[in-house]
Write a protein that binds this ligand. Structure first.
Ligand code: PHE
Length: 360
């Protein structure tokens, strides 16, 4: 049917006919469709009924064309409405089927919520524990100088840790490296605060952060991991202060029955140096797989600040003394959570991350 055909129609019906498809598509319910059906093809007062009246009243020579057009339009409207009705009824059936299958006892789909990574949570807990003892938080850069990472820490020029097989150096700047521990923060903070040391009466801080070593990735090694460094400077500080502080911290972390022990060890920047063990938090010291039957697990390195470290920072070791310690965050997290493979902490498998609730 072309536009000249429509010109035979009364103008309002021609107009309605032009917008039929659009109105049909807008019917999103059977009720709306029924109303449209009444308007277009209903028995009385519909566009179709009025077309029949117009046909009756039309002059004889127009009756044939107008009759054909009226039939054509009526059929198109009826077919369109029928197709739309089928579609809407099918959709209603599908919705009813789905509703019958729905189990209202099931929990609704919950939005996914972000959370802090387990390593971050453990690090935050450690920082909080030391903060409660008056330690403030310090940070240092991950790209360090050889001076801060080694020289200032009394690490001799021929120490194996300085080799390029252990340490990532920056190709363009051979004096720069990715820090191999958080201990260079000791050097930075000591030097910065040395001038105010008398006024402050001492220093105590913790320094959490990333460190890097040239290790191949395996269940217990990663070229990047996290440490929390701790340091205290004061007058007349001895091993008993170190031991008391760490015992308090380990009990806050693992529970009030935790025991600690210090074993002699060597780090160039402390004298004496020690390794700290805690009674195995999983078997309470009885002996299990995690502590390999010994009842103890090794947790951190510590000791009294070497006089050369204080001297390098411009602090007189005759007046001032102190202790320092460094703890591996991954190693601690693995132990607490009985995770046998360090790589799980970096792979972001949400099933694993969710299981780590126990670190809180
Ligand atoms: N920096 C040492 C390490 O990475 C740990 C440590 C820190 C030891 C402070 C003693 C004192 O192994």
């Amino acid at each position: 049917m072309d536009a000249s055909d429509l010109s035979l129609l009364p103008p309002d019906i021609a107009e309605a006919s032009r917008s039929f498809e659009e109105q049909l598509a807008a019917c999103n319910s059977l009720d709306a469709l029924l109303r449209l059906k009444g308007t277009f093809t209903g028995r009385e007062h519909s566009h179709a009924a009025r077309l029949m009246e117009a046909l009756k009243a039309a002059p004889k020579e127009q009756k044939k064309d107008l009759g054909a057009l009226a039939n054509q339009l009526k059929q198109a409207w009826e077919a369109g409405i029928k197709a739309r009705q089928d579609g809407l009824e099918a959709a209603r059936r599908r919705a009813a089927e789905l509703a019958a299958k729905m189990d209202p006892d099931l929990p609704p789909p919950m939005p996914m919520r972000g959370a802090l990574h387990p390593l971050q949570r453990l690090q935050d807990r450690l920082v909080d524990i030391f903060a409660s003892l008056g330690f403030h938080v310090e940070e240092g850069p991950e790209i360090e100088t050889e001076a801060h990472n080694f020289d200032g820490l009394n690490i001799p020029g021929d120490h194996p840790a300085r080799g390029s097989s252990d340490t990532f150096y920056l190709e363009q700047h051979p004096e720069l490296l990715l820090r191999t521990h958080t201990s260079p923060v000791q050097v930075r903070v000591l030097r910065r605060l040395a001038p105010e040391l008398d006024a402050r009466g001492g220093i105590r801080f913790v320094a959490p952060g990333r460190v890097y070593r040239k290790d191949d990735i395996d269940p217990t090694h990663s070229p990047m991991f996290h440490q929390v460094e701790g340091m205290l400077v004061g007058k007349g500080i001895g091993m008993h202060h170190l031991k008391g502080t760490l015992e308090y911290a380990m009990r806050a972390l693992f529970g009030p029955d935790t025991r600690i022990r210090l074993r002699p060890s060597y780090f160039p920047f402390v004298e004496p140096g020690a390794e700290l063990d805690v009674s195995c938090p999983l078997c309470a010291g009885k002996g299990c797989r995690v502590c390999k039957g010994s009842g103890w697990v090794e947790l951190l390195g510590a000791g009294l600040i070497h006089p050369n470290v204080l001297r390098y920072a411009g602090i007189d070791p005759e007046t001032w003394s102190g202790f320092a310690f460094g703890l591996g965050v991954e190693r601690t997290a693995m132990m607490v959570s009985q995770t046998p493979d360090l790589r799980l902490f970096f792979e972001n498998d949400q099933r694993f991350i969710r299981q780590m609730g126990g670190l809180d």
